[in-house]
Write a protein that binds this ligand. Structure first.
Ligand SMILES: N[C@@H](CCC(=O)N[C@@H](CS)C(=O)NCC(=O)O)C(=O)O
Length: 227
């Protein structure tokens, strides 16, 4: 057991989900021991036991003894406050605000812009030309902003790894898999290359069979929700 960790944390997650991968990486980067509870989202998120943890039936959920929490960004804040070493947030006001901004841009701008492209790449939908262009333009706006934010630094905010790298880096690193090239963004490409050499990234890298299984599960979920 890590010296940081007196009690066993429990993470309900789906290893391929961005929303849970960011929490998983933060736990690894902090050297925290935790029990992994892999979910399939094949209905296991709708059991009374899971709904008692999260009535919105979403992973990830973190349980820390008698306390439980959902919403990945809230979980990251909790982990930082409870297990501050090593720190994953800057201690100056500008750095802290910038990390928060990067995280919110990722969730509020990049994720919605990416979703139609992801659904198309998984074969769930076919976008018309105008929707495709609109989605690509929105993604490009975020990537250009991130490219500028990195500048000549090794990480997205400063000289050390922060939650900004974990939240934005896991999503940006996935974009080539859905047909978004990072070639026009040399600084982002170097940053992703650098992040993907970390043990926490390698340990949590989605595997092709998990992607295939996820595709099938999502197809069923979409069919159920549209019927
Ligand atoms: N804003 C939430 C989003 C969580 C979320 O959407 N999780 C998806 C998987 S990526 C889920 O659990 N879906 C199951 C369902 O909708 O029933 C977070 O950041 O934790």
């Amino acid at each position: 057991m890590s010296p940081n960790n007196k009690t066993m944390l429990k993470l309900y997650h789906l290893p391929i989900s961005f929303n849970s991968r960011r929490v998983w990486i933060a736990l690894l980067e902090k050297g925290l021991d935790f029990e992994s509870v892999p979910m399939k989202l094949n209905g296991d998120q709708l059991t009374p036991e899971f709904l008692a943890l999260n009535p919105f039936h979403h992973i990830p959920v973190l349980v820390d003894e008698d306390f439980s929490l959902f919403e990945s960004l809230a979980i990251l804040d909790y982990l930082e406050a409870k297990y501050p070493t090593p720190s994953l947030v800057p201690n100056d006001p500008q750095g802290l605000g910038t990390v928060k901004m990067i995280n919110l841009i990722t969730l509020n701008e990049l994720l919605p812009a990416t979703t139609p492209l992801l659904r198309q790449s998984m074969g769930f939908t076919t976008l018309d030309e105008s929707s495709q262009t609109k989605a690509q333009e929105k993604v490009a706006t975020v990537l250009s902003f991130f490219e500028k934010s990195i500048g000549d630094q090794p990480y997205i905010v400063g000289k050390t790894l922060t939650l900004g790298d974990i939240v934005a880096g896991t999503m940006v690193g996935f974009l080539p898999m859905i047909g978004v090239s990072l070639t026009p963004y040399p600084k982002l490409s170097t940053w992703i290359e650098h992040l993907s050499q970390r043990e926490s990234w390698q340990q949590t890298e989605p595997q092709p069979e998990q992607i295939a299984e996820f595709r099938e599960t999502m197809q069923k979920l979409i069919a159920q929700r549209s019927s």
